[in-house]
Design a protein around this ligand. Sequence first.
Ligand code: N01
Length: 544
Amino acid sequence: MADEMESHGTSADAVTTEFDAVIVGAGLSGVYMLHRLRELGLTARVLEAGTDVGGTWYWNRYPGARCDTESMFYSYSWPEDLREEWTWSSRYPEQHEIQGYISHVTERFDLRRDMQFETRVTRAAFDETAKRWTIETDGPDTFSARFCIMATGCITKPNLPDWEGVDSFEGETYHTARWPKDDVDFTGKSVAVIGTGSTGIQAIPMIAARAEELTVFQRTPNFSIPAWNGPLDPRHERKIKDNYDKYWDMARWSSTGLMFEIRERSLFDDSEEEREREFERRWAQGGFSFLFAYSDILTDRKANEEVAEFVRNKIRSRVDDPEVAETLCPRSHPFATTRLCVDTDYYETYNRDNVTLIDLRETPIEAVTPSGLSTTDAQFNVDAIVFATGFDNMTGALFSIDIRGRSGEALKEKWAAGPRTYLGIGTAGFPNLFTITGPGSPSVISNMMTSIEQHVEWVADCLEHLTSEGVETIEPRVEAEDDWVEHVNKVANGTLFPEADSWYTGANIPGKARIFTPYVGGVGTYRKKCDEVAAMGYDGFVLA
Ligand code: N01
């Protein structure tokens, strides 16, 4: 039965509010989760640290921020009239447009009244006697809920290098994931950008166009494919909208959650000329399609190297200075084993007179100084430093909250050697705790939209089942969790992914356990497994 009530806490103005569920985060997951729980007649409150909905699209408002999943598949698949009434302006959606979309959905379903902003969750502890979660915040409010749903996102907690003197810089500093809401004007300024991941690759061309001088500090070059972004073709939009259910169903059962033409063919089944033609065809399409030219690109070292060299040659053709081009060519990891980037004029930016590339592998940064940055080779005096240095991904947001399960066990301690989940949805010892797109699920290796919807719908069905059956708690069995973690690793080890020092493995954060966290077995395969688990009465979970 739905419960929602308020009781007075210990301090004068502290109030404990009771709900069926507390949802942490008002991004794409939190918004949809709230909608589904409302439909079930459950009471829920979304707690969000930001001042508005949007999640990652609220925080990452740096110049050039844009999703590299195509707009038509970066939208909720429900309901029909919502998808009919919304029109994206371009092939790939821009940050402010995505935030506008999430905001539109929030208003459309009157979700805002169950959301509380500027409220950071600091602690969530399971009370074994009451069988409820107590959720504490940085404000006076405390919440009590049967279910605690972490919709905290995979790429949430910014990573800032702890270089000597990092606070001593007297100019402007920005982290791309905490970009100011007001326009930042770099006109006439000398700017340093640190980091060349998906974010840096999007921001660098935009900053270069405005700044007097831009110095890019690169530690590891990434592979990037052109986006060929442009206005959304109305005929393409109509075609997708007219066949939306069919396309979405295909996406749901595909390997990626995206609608790509995937060729189940080894690269070596084609002649060299055929391969070259196929690469060129995919290059002309732009974006991630390139990855699916052949089925062994991510499993066969030789096949992968051939693709890698094709892309390196494209870099060489896009960059005028051969030395700069070579510095931009990735060699330390196989193609696409770090997140493949999608760009607009990234490599061409290095042909501008006001842009300089510094290779941190040759000359590492030693310190931040009051006037800029010093490497082992030189001092760079700048007006502004932009940290595009990424995130403590997958577990960072969860570990920022003191999550305590049975007997006060800390999630952070349980996962010290790497996250342990069953299906990426729950973890043993933490009853009624759900992690939307958690570690061990396809999440970041798939179209996030498809994976978010699948998890939200699975969790909603599960809560409906528990409520109707009068089940108080659900949590994974330890053996089921162990088997799943082993399976996730086994599947990953059948690919080239673990060879890279990527954030997928936690290698970007000093001291973090190194383990490949997303499930690369395919979105469709994973969905089937989750559906089977539910159909078998939540096999692998303890229902008490
Ligand atoms: O972060 P990253 P991001 N010294 O971790 C460098 C999603 N996303 O914000 O590779 C020097 O990829 C680091 O160097 P290295 C997407 O899933 C999506 O760019 O660790 N350099 C790297 O170059 C993406 O993968 C979209 O050697 C340091 C960079 O900083 C994820 O978010 C857009 C350093 C960080 O790259 C994260 O992307 C943007 C140090 N101490 C993001 N520490 C779209 O949909 C870090 N670096 C388009």
